[in-house]
Ligand binder design. Structure first.
Ligand code: DSN
Length: 423
């Protein structure tokens, strides 16, 4: 039984996988938190390393038979340390949310105050939002954006920090298209006696390639995912100063996790190696150039961009002047083969299920090898969908969407992914 292929063992799942492979090959990935993992990363994630428990840490396991698991986890840790220059790294986190949970568990007591960017202005649920564990276990306080610029205003954040006196300040966002000044955040945290955590889940690849200022020298703890701009397997990690190392490790295991996913840690090690190879730095810089080219193309088409542009891998498009909601735009774009997030814009009058914006990003497009001319073409395709892809009452214009879908298919065929991969 264990020797059958997926197709032999479960034809129903194989059919679903084949469908998804076709979808990924023939659509444009515009979700900024997604990417196409390499064949090598996926191969490691699909290995026999899935078969073993390895609770504990290298050379300190609660299970026997961990010789190769010690080697693979140590390799992942060593490579990540070299890549990020961090003093201590834990690579066992299953998700970005769990990375934040473990960090808070290590740094805070229940009821302590944290100060972070609000979800409504671009922050993340796990930064103290009321509907998340982080807002139940801790007292969440939030800074927003400067209403005049839609950018972080460090004087305003400092003023709020003086009033709140948080135990922990969080720098990091899910939908912010500009540089974050971690050095300035550290000065604010020091002034009010707070710890500083950076959540770089989105920008981690840019940071690794020095295409975004580095938080590691300034922060007590840095949390991140490994599957977004870093292009590794779906997972997460925590970097910290040596003095936090034991507390962080104990918060991860046995604090909030038991058995680590060793096959995913192996895939993380592969991704960290790929991030040190020739071409990765250029890839990250091209992500930004592509995002700026997409921004320029959308501006030419009369779109409004929150902050007017971007310094990183994503854009926030305010659709209010176009007479469509974020949800309708994203639905229509999906019909045309362009998969994007609907997203709240600062001060959004609509709920998060509808929204007034979309959040396109370029990590996936750049992995396909696309450059500025393709970004220009995609900007025009988005404009066509938003302008002509509906009848003004929310109904799709099938003919226009089919034309754009055909153009998208052609573009995908010119920049193929996973060519000889079989489902
Ligand atoms: N996955 C994150 C993002 O897309 O920004 C949110 O959890």
């Amino acid at each position: 039984m264990i020797n059958r292929t997926l197709r032999q063992a479960d034809s129903e799942m194989a059919r679903i996988l084949a469908g998804e492979l076709e979808r990924q090959k023939t659509t444009l990935m515009l979700i900024p938190s997604e990417n196409y993992a390499s064949r090598a990363v996926m191969a490691a994630a699909g290995t026999i390393f899935t078969n073993k428990y390895a609770e504990g840490y290298p050379r300190r396991r609660y299970y026997h038979g961990c010789e190769y698991y010690d080697q693979l986890e140590q390799l992942a840790i060593d490579r990540a340390k070299e890549l990020f220059g961090a003093e201590h790294i834990n690579v066992q986190l299953h998700t970005g949310s769990q990375a934040n949970m473990a960090a808070y568990w290590a740094m805070l007591e229940p009821g302590d105050k944290l100060l972070a960017m609000s979800v409504a202005q671009g922050g993340h649920l796990t930064h103290g939002d009321k509907i998340n564990f982080s807002g139940v276990a801790y007292e969440g306080h939030f800074y927003g954006l400067d209403p005049d610029t839609d950018q972080l205003n460090y004087e305003m954040i400092a003023e709020q920090a003086r009033q709140v006196r948080p135990k922990l300040m969080i720098a990091g966002a899910s939908a912010y298209p500009r540089i974050i000044d971690f050095k300035r955040m550290k000065e604010i945290a020091d002034e009010v006696g707070a710890y500083l955590l950076a959540d770089i889940a989105h920008i981690v690849g840019l940071v690794a390639a020095e295409a975004h200022p580095d938080p590691v020298p300034y922060c007590d703890v840095v949390t991140s995912t490994t599957h977004k701009t870093l292009r590794g397997p779906r997972g997460a990690m925590i970097m910290c100063k040596e003095e936090w190392g034991d507390k962080i490790d104990r918060a991860v295991f046995p604090g909030i996790q038991a058995g680590p996913l060793m096959q995913i840690i192996a895939a993380k090690a592969v991704a960290f190696k790929e991030a040190q190879e020739f071409g990765f730095r250029e890839y990250q810089r091209q992500i930004i150039r592509n995002c700026q080219a997409l921004a320029a193309s959308l501006l030419e088409e009369g779109f409004t961009l929150v902050t007017g542009g971007t310094d990183n891998h994503l854009l926030l498009v305010d659709l209010r002047n176009k007479g469509v909601t974020g949800k309708l735009a994203a639905d229509l774009m999906e019909m045309a083969g362009m998969v994007v997030n609907k997203n709240l814009i600062p001060g959004d009058p609509l709920p998060s299920t509808e929204t007034s914006g979309i959040r396109p990003g370029t990590p996936g497009l750049t992995t396909r090898g696309m450059k500025e001319p393709q970004m220009h073409q995609i900007g025009k395709a988005i404009a066509r969908v938003v302008h002509d892809g509906h009848d003004g009452e929310g109904n799709p214009n099938e003919a226009v969407l089919a034309e754009v879908r055909a153009e998208v298919r052609e573009l995908c065929a010119m920049f193929p992914i996973y060519e000889d991969l079989e489902a």
